[in-house]
Design a protein around this ligand. Structure first.
Ligand code: GDP
Length: 477
């Protein structure tokens, strides 16, 4: 029987510098140890602090995870509503919400929050999380058991729910009450439409209260990590864990997200058939937030202008035939919901020679036409495509798209970001190089917790800046 490991993986650092634990069963999740074989050497090594924090998290998870004695005991508090005696385990439950790119970013955010607050992360499997991702922690599952008492309420949790933290704060008797008692669970509404009270989650004082709550139920569609870096109570630990701040999602993503075998099959078959043999790989991620039916000429113009300006693709020549001097080949992986852009770029490099003689292959795995939920193959393909983009050498991404953020983060790539088109015209300049590979937090708070007044949180420290693609967003650099 042939081993799933190829010999060269042995030479590669398949544990990613100690980021991933050894000892998992390899066959049940081939990507976990094989992904190193498809990537360049990990450029940004995890710090010794991060490695030891992950190992101690894994031990905590094993002690407190689903159906352990501690889990059962803490669950009793939820059922009986007796929060007063202290518990030895507390939890953050992540609700499956929004598109796949969003979910990957919010799950990484929830995990880091769990690390910082000594909580155990439990994942609502939703429709397809089990189908897409392997278990990241050894021995005990990260999935929330289906008999979890509040599970049927997840969909209806909103800002008006009695246990919603922002709503609790609006209730004037709460502040006095909170001193004497706490709740067995709190719902945290960190969705883009959240209000000023919900945003107090990002204040140290409020964290002191939340610390006492054994069950935090979190719904979010935002990568909220940049704002954790602005909280004095987390600042020191974050800088110990991540001496290079722009590696946060890169490292957490590589630690947490291992595609299941069916998705890994989609990734590796495609990679080997179309990308592996090229000298260079360029990824182009196209996400058009225009409700009309595309493809649009202005989008195509912008993509080409960006690729040519950055020398990411060669110009085409006027002659019909150029005897090729260069044998260099470039594989271009395009992703988009529609096939229009791909067909135009592919035809362009078929109908005309390149001035450099480079051989350009253009590939697009799928064109699903519109965003779909609850369909397994659709989301498998979406994950496979984000992952394939992350295996390229150079990346062009679309503004505002978490799909692109995931690709750049997993790949450790600083992409060229296409500016968001206004009035259906290609912007000039068409794109710019990102400051860092980090995702953008689209709906950050602008509040000074100490002074209790509004403040621009994008200018407070050098490592938390406004994003390239969204002027009010925040990102780590
Ligand atoms: P965002 O909306 O760009 O921030 O990204 P999300 O991943 O959160 O949501 C978009 C969803 O639309 C994805 O999860 C996919 O289901 C689908 N989608 C968007 N672009 C693509 C694409 O290029 N390929 C595939 N297969 N699906 C896509």
């Amino acid at each position: 029987q042939k081993d799933v490991d190829t010999p060269s993986v042995e030479v590669k650092d398949k544990l990613l510098g100690g980021l991933i634990a050894s000892g998992f069963d390899e066959r049940s999740c081939i990507s976990r140890y094989q992904s190193a074989f498809y990537r360049k050497e990990l450029l940004y090594k995890p710090s010794p602090n991060l490695i030891s924090r992950l190992r101690s998290y894994e031990a905590l998870h094993k002690r407190c995870g689903p159906y352990t004695e501690s889990y059962n005991r803490t669950l009793e508090k939820l059922k009986t509503g007796h929060p007063l005696e202290s518990t030895d385990c507390s939890y953050v439950v992540w609700i499956s919400f929004s598109g796949l790119g969003n979910r990957i970013l919010t799950l990484a955010s929830a995990f880091l929050y769990a690390l910082l607050t000594d909580r155990v992360l439990l994942v609502d499997p939703g429709v397809d999380m089990v189908d897409l991702f392997c278990e990241p922690f050894p021995e005990v599952s990260w999935f929330l058991p289906s008999d979890f008492p509040l599970k049927n309420e997840f969909n209806s949790f909103n800002q008006n729910s009695p246990h919603c933290y922002g709503r609790m704060l609006k209730n004037s008797t709460f502040t006095n009450l909170s001193r004497s008692m706490s709740s067995s669970f709190v719902y945290l509404h960190l969705v883009h439409d959240y209000d000023d009270q919900d945003k107090l989650f990002f204040c140290d004082e409020d964290q002191t209260f939340l610390q006492k709550v054994p069950w935090l139920i979190l719904k979010t569609d935002n990568y909220f990590i940049p704002s954790l870096f602005l909280m004095p109570s987390f600042e020191q630990e974050l800088s110990d864990l991540f001496p290079r701040k722009e590696t946060v999602f890169h490292l957490l993503g590589r630690y947490l997200f291992h595609p299941t075998n069916p998705v890994w099959g989609l990734i590796t078959r495609y990679y080997q058939a179309y990308l592996a043999k090229a000298d260079e790989r360029l990824g182009i991620q196209i996400r058009v937030f225009d409700s009309r039916k595309g493809p649009f000429q202005y989008v195509l113009d912008q993509i080409l202008a960006c690729a040519l300006k950055g020398n990411l693709l060669p110009k085409i020549g006027k002659e019909t035939l150029i005897i090729s001097e260069s044998e260099k080949s470039k594989a271009v992986l395009m992703t988009s919901l529609s096939s229009g852009y791909f067909e135009k770029v592919r035809d362009m490099y078929w109908e005309h020679p390149t001035v450099t003689g480079e051989v350009i292959g253009i590939y697009q795995p799928s064109h699903e036409e519109y965003q779909q939920t609850e369909k397994h193959m659709h989301n498998r393909k979406a994950l496979a495509e984000m992952y394939l983009l992350s295996l390229t050498d150079v990346l062009i991404t679309s503004s505002w798209s978490t799909f692109g953020y995931v690709a750049q983060g997993l790949g450790g790539l600083k992409p060229w970001i296409l500016y968001k088109p206004e009035n259906q015209t290609a912007p000039d300049p068409p794109c710019r190089r990102a400051m860092s590979m980090e995702p953008c937090f689209h709906a950050p708070p602008f509040y000074d917790c100490k002074a209790k007044k509004g403040i621009d949180t994008g200018v407070l420290v050098p490592h938390v800046r406004h994003c390239e693609d969204m002027s009010w967003g925040l990102k780590l650099v």
